[in-house]
Ligand binder design. Structure first.
Ligand SMILES: [Zn+2]
Ligand SMILES: [Zn+2]
Length: 427
């Protein structure tokens, strides 16, 4: 059998899920065992539907859980960790998001420019670029062979099936108009797309479109409306897919909402009071979920709390002065802290003073390193066990530039900044 990527075409042994020559991911058809490219949704030989791949960084903070943890295990150890084989390219304006799926980097600017780059080789190869025709305030998502983007007043879907074929084009699939601005992050769940709309009067709505994998998606349906809504986080098991978000009303009563069985015909919205909530939550800090625990930052003392997803009860106050966080484990938040402390693993009592402001969301390489965008425009890599001696990745020469996006795929790190610079390195 031949590798399905036209620039490789190596002979590949049957059953392999990665080409041994170009190292790209292969989707093997269950019926006829043909290998297909990573964004294929149907087998190129027999047309059988193919399941989605196990992607690396397809949406905000790596996944619908919002954890910011890359699962790939890097075998190098500190202090041998060094950013190597640096490369870069530029977007025309502020880098809004970096998504990476196997070896393909999607860089999206706030002005709506999308660049698709094959990072499987050094130097990387730019495959295509296009503009979505409006500003992008939400984080796009990659799901089952499509790229979903929320631009001003519209949601758009693009097919990626032709990437790495002879044309390498990204093909528009559909556009659904919306009468407000999509913000935060898009959340595709199988054939449905959830998103948050911001209206000029400052009220927000959590909405859903059905049939997104067809050419005729449904109209947006509003699931919840309010002035104080959190981001969404989702927990997927084989039997059930649940989406969670918080809301608060004028009297500061906080509620937890769960859309149960979201892909089923019997999807239902369940609402629970969050008893003894210390205050409203900070809606600009995204929530996260691990198993049956939700993580949310309340305004009072900027406290990161753990909430039982089944009962809505607060069952732990994890730390205070939290500006942003990632979760390395259920009791192990790594936080940006307003006092300049920047990370804290509860179990190990490790606290560390960065000495400068943190920009953007931190990320974690599984159980090993914390990657943080610093106030001087560069990125620091900290040993999770011994943070005193970070590896420094010089992203920009200008100390006023700000890191706006970080992502990781296997041993490849990517950083984008507010001047549109996107830098790639290998560890
Ligand atoms: Zn190959
Ligand atoms: Zn097949």
């Amino acid at each position: 059998m031949r590798c399905p990527y036209l620039d490789c075409k190596a002979d590949i042994a049957g059953g392999r899920t990665r080409c041994q020559k170009c190292e790209r991911q292969l989707k093997i058809c269950r019926k006829c065992a043909t290998s297909n490219r990573v964004f294929a949704v149907h087998c190129r030989e027999c047309g059988t539907p193919l399941p989605d791949s196990d992607a690396d960084w397809p949406m905000f903070k790596q996944s619908a859980q919002g954890l910011g943890v890359n699962r790939f295990v890097i075998t190098k150890k500190f202090p041998e960790i060094r950013p190597e084989h640096e490369e870069n390219f530029r977007l025309p304006d502020r880098c809004k998001s970096l998504l990476v799926y196997d070896n393909y980097l999607f860089a999206i600017s706030q002005g709506g420019e999308v660049k698709v780059v094959d990072i499987s080789q050094v130097p990387f190869k730019e495959l295509t670029s296009f503009n979505v025709g409006g500003k992008v305030y939400s984080v796009p998502a990659l799901n089952h062979g499509s790229l979903y983007i929320g631009a001003e007043k519209s949601l758009q879907a693009y097919s990626l099936g032709k990437l790495f074929s002879d044309t390498s084009a990204v093909e528009p699939r559909w556009t659904v108009p919306v009468n407000a601005t999509p913000i935060r992050s898009l959340l595709p769940v199988e054939n449905r797309l959830l998103f948050t709309l911001a209206y000029p009067d400052r009220h927000h709505e959590i909405c859903m479109i059905s049939d997104i994998e067809t050419d005729h998606p449904g109209s947006p349906a509003t699931l919840h409306s309010g002035s104080h809504l959190s981001s969404m986080a989702a927990h997927f098991t084989a039997k059930n897919k649940k989406v969670y978000f918080f809301s608060a009303n004028g009297s500061e009563e906080v509620e937890l909402h769960c859309i149960d069985n979201i892909t089923g015909s019997d999807a239902e919205l369940v609402t629970l009071p969050v008893k003894k909530a210390p205050s409203k939550f900070r809606k600009v800090i995204p929530i996260a979920i691990i198993g049956a625990s939700l993580f949310v930052v309340f305004k009072k003392d900027e406290t990161l709390c753990r909430v039982d997803a089944a009962t809505g009860e607060i069952n732990a106050l994890l730390c205070k002065n939290v500006q942003d966080f990632v979760m390395a484990g259920i009791t192990e938040p790594i936080v940006n802290n307003s006092k300049g402390l920047f990370f804290k693993r509860i179990n190990r009592q490790a606290e560390f003073q960065s000495g400068q402001k943190i920009r953007g969301n931190p990320l974690v390489l599984k159980d090993f390193a914390v990657i943080v965008g610093m106030g001087d425009g560069n990125v620091h890599l900290y040993d999770i066990r011994n943070p005193e001696m970070p590896a420094v990745w010089d992203v920009s020469d200008h100390p006023t530039d700000q890191i706006t996006a970080l992502a990781a795929s296997r041993n490849i790190l990517m950083a984008g900044n507010d001047k549109g610079l996107v830098k790639i390195c290998r560890l």
